[in-house]
Design a protein. Structure first.
Ligand code: FES
Ligand code: FES
Lengths: 777, 162
């Protein structure tokens, strides 16, 4: 089965009827009427309301925790503290379905003794009303004895630094040793070295984490929750000490995820409280809870030392990366690995040396966020490219062109790319789309920037990722798809419907998708890692193709022709060259049903499986494949105030095959906004580990007034591993945006701000530093 | 806590309830009336997911007490469609892909509805200013702006035809 998809993904897509059209997504009408039920819209009779009490310090010892007063409050049904949880622990790594071994990262669910980050949960409360639960939280008494903490990953590595994790605070390390670094530098005519810094970033999905749990008549703990990963049911069951088949997770349409709903959030608390009380429990995070309640984007410090020839050929690159993992491991090792794989960018460099580490601190823990390490890597490699071009006096695009990877070239980790690499095409088109340059006006300077990237889609190949889907056709010829995949707003479900509609010859409206239920839909894995369309789209394709084969086979018999001569479209089966020989799909399905021909198919799609990379050299296969593209922007910078206005923003991406171009453009536009916030305004600020930005008045995401009109350019190489040759767009849409903006600002003011976000203060400071060179004022 | 009886018109229908003085309008709508279309994204007046129309003005219903709406007229996303037909704004949001996760959408639609009452022919810039109190994390606002302008045009044409 594993070989099968390759055959059709390489076939030219002719006569697509549903796929590739900008159809109105199946989920859209319900959402436009406010009829879609999100996880927070569900209530049950006899339901309790929950609250999480959080530690107000980043590093402390819990010396006393007394919930007696809270428990005594009338209407308070349950208070759980670490003392009530025996030695239960929660898993934090590799969410999802993989059977591969996990890292040893299990952690306390509630603080037992040591508080490691600001906001770590101390107690859970369930009460008859939310107001009572909140009152009870105030009545819990505790003493926290401050402990020395460490809040900077470099400090955390120094001898004598307070230990947050393990014996030395090192959460993960990776290295790449490819080619001969010394020889590469010997060949170089210039060496350019720079250090780039990024910040903690919050996902800020509009729907805070929320869920409802209840224990049913079979003692199964049901949890309806806003999540990207229903397959956390196993981790929840393990933490609760019950069998895996005694926990069920049901998703809903998710009000945004971006990686922030990839780890376990409220479901573990809901499960514990439902188990303890036997009653339905609802837990809805406030925005502040949400800011405290899930991991952030890793801040990175990345240094590039690059050797180049005078004509712009990169001969060697040495990269060091330090990521702040915060207080717990979560997905830090994987984020770090993705950063390493993407480290040098989409360039062919024969001599590469990377040393990367993720380090524990008493800051908020960090984990998945759209771009997953590759975004931070891109911030560094794309600014470095501009700095090299400046050093050489070479056009920035030309420098990139001279170094772009091509199909067949090896990336840093030694894997040779098999799919199309259309970086140049994307970059050229994005740049051209900027059109005429805006005029400068007094202190307002105009600048342009571009960034390209190499972003994986699909999970790490040694996790042996799989996805299942079931496709069936009803006796009235309507189609049903069942798949565990979660829909986090990008149209994941609608894309599956579109694929099934294409292959079974019906319209989109005739397909119903049931998804996101760990008990009743085939397990499809996570909606993360730009994998949902690739993996589950392929699973639906496999299932629908098998079903199509059976239907066509039976129709061919009826028509007295070979199966290859029959097609399905518009709810009919017909002979391709003699369309008058045709029958309604309904009649064909009726025949199949009466003859006991199977009208459904359960299929599993398997990604490429490999072993792990070589730990000494970092060489081996890490991902199924990579996507390539570019983002270009034009900005205006007011050199007096430091204010940046993004005037034009263009994303050009080879998505392989757009299943729904409207949805693809939507991803590009949304990525442009999220990337713009990353570049210019967003920062979760922790002072000595304490969060200084706990609301949307301090944490500033772009509004409609901040955003320019975004132009999306969709290229289709049809060379990807997804259905119909698709690659992916979820993460790529964001990855190049921030460095493109950073490059544009540098272009405008002639100075670079080496740290994100590029705030007005930092711009003004960079200009002041530059002043002496301009002579006296 | 002492409760107050309130009576108001919601989406053209009489609604009544008994609320605590501190009950927020958003909670009254969602929990007592079962109108879950309006969402809660922050409860601190920043995100706009809870936007409804109160007495002809856009309000963030997380910052209005239910008692303040007593005797008033409220419009939520559930009241936009008329006679089984989508409101032109809803049709445009669907047609123009003006939403992704859809969590901001109800607030966005109700805000846009008021905006078009105030200005039936807004420019791009005017739409952007008009919805700047409503955050969206998915769309980059692009198709929201497009949908609102297309809906405005459809509404003007409909008006002219009548
Ligand atoms: S919930 Fe009211 S503004 Fe955010
Ligand atoms: S569509 Fe998701 S927040 Fe607007």
């Amino acid at each position: 089965m594993t070989g099968a998809p390759q055959d059709w993904t390489r076939a030219p897509n002719v006569n697509l009827r549903q796929v590739g059209k900008p159809l109105v997504r199946t989920d859209v009408p319900g959402k436009a009427q406010g009829r879609t039920r999100f996880a927070g819209d569900h209530v049950m009779p006899n339901m309790l309301h929950a609250k999480v009490l959080r530690a107000p310090k980043a590093s402390a010892r819990l010396t006393r925790l007394d919930a007696a007063k809270a428990r005594a409050l009338e209407g308070v049904v349950c208070v759980l503290t670490a003392a009530d949880l025996a030695d239960r622990r929660a898993a934090t790594d590799i969410p999802g379905q993989t059977g591969r071994k996990r890292l040893a990262t299990d952690q306390q669910i509630l603080v037992r003794e040591r508080v490691r980050y600001h906001g770590e949960p101390l107690a859970l409360i369930a009460a008859e009303t939310l107001a009572l639960a909140e009152r009870a939280a105030d009545l819990i008494e505790y003493d926290l004895e401050p402990l020395p903490g460490v809040f900077d990953p470099v400090e955390a590595l120094k001898p004598g630094a307070p230990i947050v994790q393990g014996t030395d605070n090192v959460v993960a390390t990776y290295k790449v040793r490819k080619g001969d670094l010394e020889a590469g530098f010997a060949e170089a005519e210039r060496v350019v070295e720079n250090t780039f810094r990024t910040q903690f970033v919050e996902h800020a999905f509009l729907e805070p984490e929320v869920g409802l749990a209840w224990v049913d008549e079979n003692e199964v703990i049901n949890i309806r929750v806003s999540t990207q990963v229903i397959e956390h049911f196993r981790a929840i069951a393990d933490a609760l000490g019950v069998a895996h088949n005694q926990v069920r997770i049901l998703g809903s349409m998710v009000g945004g995820g971006f990686g922030g709903k990839e780890d376990v959030t409220v479901e573990i608390y809901l499960a514990l409280l439902a188990q303890a009380t036997g009653r339905p429990v609802r837990l809805a995070y406030t925005r502040e809870d949400s800011f405290f309640g899930h991991g952030k984007r890793h801040p990175f410090v990345i240094t590039h030392r690059t050797g180049v020839t005078q004509d712009g050929r990169i001969t060697a690159v040495q990269i060091t990366m330090t990521a702040d993992a915060g207080a717990y491991v979560f997905l830090s090792p994987y984020v770090l690995l993705y950063a390493v794989v993407a480290g040098p960018g989409p360039y062919r460099i024969d001599n590469v040396h990377i040393d990367a580490r993720a380090v524990a601190t008493n800051n908020m823990y960090t984990s998945a966020f759209r771009g997953f390490g590759a975004a931070q890597a891109c911030v560094a490699h794309e600014q470095q490219m501009d700095e090299i071009a400046k050093e050489l006096g070479l056009d920035r695009l030309e420098l990139r062109r001279r170094n772009f990877l091509r199909t067949g070239d090896e990336i840093a980790t030694g894997y040779a790319i098999e799919s199309a690499v259309w970086s140049d095409d994307c970059m050229t088109k994005a740049w051209a789309a900027l059109g005429e340059r805006a005029p400068e006006d007094g202190p307002v300077k105009i600048g342009r920037g571009v960034a390209t990237y190499q972003q994986s889609y699909g999970r790490i190949t040694w996790l042996h990722d799989t996805s299942e889907a079931w496709v069936g056709v009803e006796i009235d010829a309507t189609v049903v798809v069942r798949s565990g995949v979660t829909d986090i707003g990008a149209g994941q479900v609608s894309a599956l419907a579109q694929i099934a509609a294409e292959l079974l010859g019906v319209s989109l409206g005739e397909v119903t998708v049931y998804n996101s239920d760990s008990a009743t839909t085939p397990l499809a894995g996570t909606t993360t890692a730009t994998r949902a369309l690739y993996m589950t789209g392929n699973a639906v394709h496999l299932a629908a193709e098998a079903l199509r084969g059976r239907l066509i086979g039976r129709a061919a018999e009826e028509f007295g022709v070979a199966p290859s001569e029959v097609d399905l479209a518009e709810s009919r089966a017909f002979v391709i060259d003699a369309p008058d020989k045709s029958m309604a799909l309904k009649d064909l399905v009726g025949i199949c049903a009466s003859e006991g021909i199977h009208r459904s198919e359960l299929a599993m799609f398997r990604a490429p499986f490999t072993g792990e990379i070589d730990p000494e050299t970092g060489q081996g296969r890490v991902h199924p494949d990579y996507a390539f593209g570019a983002h270009a922007v034009e900005v205006a910078v007011d050199t007096e105030t430091g204010e940046v206005t993004v005037l034009k923003s263009v994303g050009a991406h080879d998505v392989g095959q757009a299943i729904n171009p409207a949805a693809v453009a939507g991803q590009i536009e949304g990525g442009a906004a999220q990337g713009q916030g990353y570049a210019l305004s967003e920062a979760m600020i922790y002072r000595d580990g304490e969060l200084m930005t706990p609301s949307f008045s301090e944490y500033l995401i772009p509004t409609a007034m901040d955003m320019p009109r975004v132009q999306s350019i969709i290229l289709e190489s049809r060379s990807g591993l997804g259905p119909f040759g698709a690659k992916g767009i979820g993460e790529p849409a964001l990855t190049p945006v921030a460095p493109a903006i950073a490059n544009a600002v540098a272009d405008a003011i002639g100075r670079r701000v080496f740290e994100l976000p590029i705030t007005p203060e930092r711009i003004v400071m960079a200009l002041r530093e530059a002043e002496p060179r301009k002579g006296p004022r | 806590m002492a409760k107050t009886d309130i009576k108001l018109t919601v989406n053209g229908q009489e609604a009544a309830g008994s609320v605590e003085p501190r009950t927020l309008l958003i909670h009254f709508l969602r929990e007592q009336l079962g109108l879950t279309g309006s969402h809660i994204g922050c409860e601190t007046s920043h995100c706009g997911a809870c936007t409804v129309d109160l007495n002809g003005k856009s309000v963030k219903s997380c910052t209005v007490f239910a008692v303040q709406a007593d005797g008033g007229e409220v419009l939520t996303v559930e009241g936009l469609a008329q006679g089984g037909e989508l409101h032109p704004l809803q049709a445009a949001f669907a047609e123009d892909h003006g939403l992704q996760c859809g969590f901001c959408t109800p607030g966005m639609l109700v805000r846009a509805h008021r905006l078009l009452q105030e200005n039936p022919d807004p420019s791009d810039a005017e739409v952007r200013v008009g919805i700047s109190g409503n955050l969206c994390r998915c769309t980059g606002y692009q198709n929201i702006v497009k949908a609102i302008r297309n809906a405005a045009q459809a509404m003007r044409e409909k008006e002219a035809a009548q």
